[in-house]
Design a protein around this ligand. Sequence first.
Ligand SMILES: [Mg+2]
Length: 198
Amino acid sequence: MNHSGGAATLPFFLLPWKKMNNGHKQRIAIDMDEVLADTLAQFLAAYNREFGENITKSDLAERKLAEIIPAERRERLRHYALTPGFFRDIPVMEGSRPVLAELRERYEVFIATAAMEFPSSFNEKYDWIKAHFPDFPNSHIVFCGDKCVIAADFLIDDSPRHFDRFAGQGFLYTAPHNRAESRYPRLNDWAEVRRQFL
Ligand SMILES: [Mg+2]
């Protein structure tokens, strides 16, 4: 018997659960908007620029931007999303890049974005992934509607509706609009993603 230590010499029932999946890497599906991409920051910047305001994420409390602005301005948010360049220029969520790289060493990682709300965003979202995660494989990018179709062990998403019919374990990535949600384990930032999975 080998007593030299190290995970590889442990019997299977002592291996960390994270590494067990019949020898295969477990799969993590990761949402794009408001998880990898700071889409809310992009909306706030566009809105504040047009109306000369200075609304911040903390001003939103538990609401969406559309809920705190005058009703007659709501259509402008949709207009921003349909403006060429809007999705291409979204900033990367702080801390996501190095953690995603680490996750890919241990897990099979997919980027899953429910892009059907703005079909005109497809090309820009693809370009965005290639610009910020240049070695991320095309085979693991999923543009979808309902994420229930994704056969992953975990889904990290800011929209709890995607967990309703998802077969794996959902992790809610904190965004202002989901602060009151308590049904799912929560990850507040990418440092917490790292602690959870690595
Ligand atoms: Mg999202």
